[in-house]
Design a protein around this ligand. Structure first.
Ligand SMILES: [Zn+2]
Length: 118
């Protein structure tokens, strides 16, 4: 079933909110993603290891947020093309349930799983 205008409005709003939230989160993590100053004599060995582990986690998190941000913006662009909600691979409808959970989805569940396997 194609998305109704009400559903499309709700998804567009969710997508715009998501983009804003991710943009804010990305700005906030810029500071903490900076490399640890390893030659600082004040930092002990253990806290240095902690700091590096922490930094790796922050970086991984940030990369995930960045790619989600890109996806979300690509999805928002598809509203302008009037193609939002259609799978980019097979053209089928992605479906409201999946889009409600992840409004940035560009692929239907089948194509998404196929892509993750390769
Ligand atoms: Zn598909």
């Amino acid at each position: 079933m194609p998305l109704s205008p009400t559903e499309l409005d709700a998804l567009r709003e969710a997508l715009e909110t998501l983009i804003e939230e991710l943009a804010t989160a990305l700005v906030r993590t810029t500071e903490s993603a900076r490399p640890v100053e390893l030659d600082q004599p004040a930092i002990g060995r253990v806290s240095r290891i902690d700091a590096i582990a922490q930094q790796k986690m922050t970086e991984a998190n940030r990369r995930a947020q960045q790619s989600r941000h890109q996806l979300a913006r690509a999805a928002l662009h598809r509203f302008d093309e009037d193609e939002y909600g259609d799978c980019m691979a097979c053209g089928d409808e992605i479906g409201f349930a999946r889009l409600s959970a992840r409004p940035e989805s560009l692929y239907c569940i089948g194509c998404q799983q196929a892509r993750e396997r390769t």
